[in-house]
Design a protein around this ligand. Structure first.
Ligand code: ADP
Ligand code: MG
Length: 667
């Protein structure tokens, strides 16, 4: 029992009490067969009047149960000898299940069955169905939780009564009892949707715990010291002077926010958010220069080699004229280059280091890391970012960048410990991308379009379908597509890039495409992030219906970077389901990453948008950000008051909610 409970993550009484039902069944009354209704779940009591094991069309145990009003068929497709025994003619049973219409009238498939004895009583409350594991039956779990409830009696209230009363929420103890054993007049639907006051009380407590722990992290950060950088007086203005463009208003605004953070004595943790192409890199570069001018080093980390390489080139072009030494570090480097890079990082000769995950490995030692910049932050886990942060002494500032906009509810909850800057304006002169949704049946027309575009001096991407189940298959498809395209377009130079290529090969292919030596680039979704080739103005995405909306938006952002009018063609395989159609419609109608992320959140839940951030961050189990947005707002409003006036209660509250989820990683 203890071992099985541990598998469910339950290690103490409190954990047991917080193990809440998945759903409920209503065994509080017995329904007459005559009164059964299709599609509803009900409890029926009667005698078995017929039972047999049939073999046609397939093996099944079929029994008929009779009460004073009629007969009901019970059907089992999988069964044990003990069940054949229990369903013998003459047995008196109480069964519970969903009513369906079968060949012989109403039937229940795999109902739960109980022998009716002298002691059988009708339940007084709805029966909870708990998440469980093999070896631990519902009955034992119900019993254990029932005992825990009795023992615990008045479970400790962690909140001042005024607080939950103001929100019209019941007490914690009352809620807990009511959720384990709801009274029969509570609507099953409201219970299942978690909209009853008792569910809401627990959702509120969970959201509040999240707010409190985020606030504490935030406060902790304010108490840690970081290198303080004066405003740049030389390098930043020299960089800006060398650019062929002026910063947008939005870029100026966020650059100021970051500059101000860096003058503070505690570590910045700021998320720089901006749609694809909004120009985050230059803003990051300005922050880097402020750090360098103050005599500290900067690390710039990207999730893929392609992206890191591109950042490296861009930084070289911007910083070499300013005489700033940049090192380059990836996993695929040869030993000699790597040792040289490590040496210049350790000696402090390299002021800026650009690279991939290789940057936070053990062997990398900085002389004085003052700022860590992390591009596409949602691609990195909390632990990876933490490792990079630990490479500085005192703690370096951190700037995280993301092109995936965070819907408001997410930034209020999972991201509440970060400061956020948003670039909400694209640089001028971009022509909007036209998106088309085209059936795969019209492939020939699309190929013709690709040919024309390339012959006119533009470039195109052909994105191969995402095959999540099999990387091998995905690779095979990319190779096939590449062969087909070469055949189709003998007059063009076609490139191929995919995730399994050696980094040096990838770089060569990308460099060729960037320089315009190849016109068509066949790619897997590795080009999703960051790749910047302004002359590419056409993108075809195969099997677009398989991809996430934010992913499609990111992919599409690879075109529309130059002055030529750009097009993105989403090819779909015939017959689109209604949801798939609805999703593609969002991409078709909107070029606004924010609206797209919001739709993604609604369609697929927060896990997708949070990315690997969720590893190490407790996910909400009860509360739902969309459904419980009012509670989220209330929790946010209340967190400060509680921290100030009720520190002991706060500790108890966090102890209850955070101990079961594991210690929250110090983000
Ligand atoms: P992202 O925010 O997606 O990382 P980048 O930083 O790669 O975008 O910028 C996209 C392109 O726009 C780059 O070629 C960059 O040099 C250019 N760019 C950035 N800011 C401006 C601006 N204010 N005016 C014109 N072009 C800009
Ligand atoms: Mg970028």
């Amino acid at each position: 029992m203890i071992a099985n409970l541990a598998k469910l993550g339950i290690s103490n009484l409190q954990g047991l009490l917080l193990h809440l039902p998945l759903r409920y069944i209503d065994e509080t009354h017995v329904t007459a067969v005559r009164d059964l209704r299709m599609g509803e779940s009900a409890q029926v009591e009667g005698d078995i009047v017929h039972a047999e094991v049939t073999y046609k069309p397939r093996k099944a145990l079929i029994a008929r149960l009779e009460d004073a009003s009629g007969q009901l068929t019970l059907r089992f497709l999988h069964f044990y000898p003990s069940q054949i025994n229990a369903l013998k003619v003459g047995a008196k049973l109480r069964v519970y299940g969903e009513v369906r219409s079968g060949f012989f009238g109403y039937e229940m498939v795999h109902p739960t069955c109980k022998a009716v004895g002298e002691k059988t009583i009708v339940a007084e409350t709805l029966t909870p169905v708990y998440p469980t594991v093999a070896g631990l039956g519902q009955a034992s779990l119900r019993k254990a939780i029932g005992i825990a409830l009795q023992q615990q009696g008045e479970m400790l209230e962690t909140l001042p009564a005024q607080i939950y009363a103001d929100l019209n929420l019941p007490s914690f103890a009352l809620s807990l009892t009511a959720l384990h054993h709801p009274s029969p007049d509570v609507s099953l639907r409201a219970l299942d949707n978690k909209t009853t006051a008792h569910w809401r009380r627990l959702a509120f407590d969970e959201l509040l715990a999240q707010q409190l722990s985020m606030r504490k992290h935030y406060a902790r950060r304010r108490s840690v010291s970081a290198p303080q950088f004066k405003r740049s007086t030389k390098l930043v203005s020299a960089l800006l002077k060398s650019l062929p463009f002026a910063l947008t208003g939005a870029q100026q605004k966020v650059a100021l926010e970051i500059e101000r953070d860096l003058t503070q004595a505690h570590p910045m943790q700021r998320l720089l958010q901006g749609d694809v192409g909004s120009g985050k890199t230059i803003v990051a570069c300005m922050a880097a220069l402020q750090c360098v001018e103050n005599g500290w080093q900067v690390a710039l980390m990207a999730p893929t080699e392609i992206l890191a390489e591109q950042h490296y080139r861009k930084m070289l072009s911007w910083l070499q004229p300013l005489d700033i030494k940049i090192a380059w570090l990836t996993g695929s480097q040869n030993k000699k280059d790597r040792d040289a890079a490590l040496e210049s990082i350790a000696s402090g000769e390299a002021k800026l280091v650009v690279g991939t995950h290789a940057l936070f490995q053990e062997s990398v030692r900085f002389k004085s890391l003052g700022l860590a910049i992390i591009d596409e932050q949602h691609r990195f886990g909390v632990h990876q970012r933490l490792a990079l942060r630990q490479k500085g002494q005192p703690e370096p500032h951190q700037l995280m960048m993301s092109a995936t906009p965070i819907p408001r509810t997410l930034s209020m909850s999972y991201y509440a410990d970060l400061d956020v800057s948003v670039i909400d304006e694209l640089p001028p002169g971009r022509s909007p991308i036209v998106t088309k949704i085209v059936s795969d049946a019209r492939r020939d027309e699309i190929l013709q379009r690709v040919r024309e575009a390339c012959l006119q001096g533009n470039q195109a991407y052909w994105v191969c379908p995402l095959i999540e189940e099999s990387e091998a298959l995905q690779l095979a498809t990319a190779n096939d597509t590449y062969a087909l395209m070469q055949q189709e377009f003998p007059e063009l130079k076609v490139g191929l890039v995919h995730g399994r290529m050696k980094p040096t090969e990838k770089q060569a292919v990308m460099a060729e495409f960037s320089a315009g030596h190849s016109q068509l680039l066949v790619a897997t979704t590795v080009i999703e992030v960051g790749v910047d080739v302004p002359n590419a103005s056409l993108m075809v995405i195969e099997h677009a219906e398989r991809m996430g909306l934010s992913q499609l938006h990111q992919l599409r952002g690879r075109v529309g970077r130059g002055a030529t009018k750009s097009t993105c063609i989403l090819l779909y395989q015939n017959k689109l389901s209604d949801t798939a159609r609805a999703r593609l419609k969002v991409i078709y109608e909107s070029n606004d990453g924010f609206a797209i992320a919001q739709a993604d959140l609604q369609i697929r839940g927060p896990g997708e948008l949070l990315g690997v951030r969720q590893s190490g961050v407790p996910m909400l189990k009860i509360a739902d950000l969309e459904r419980d947005v009012d509670l989220l707002e209330a929790a946010k409003d209340m967190a400060d008051t509680l921290l100030q006036n009720y520190p002991a209660e706060v500790e108890q509250h966090l102890d209850r909610w955070m101990s079961t989820a594991g210690e929250l990683v110090k983000v």
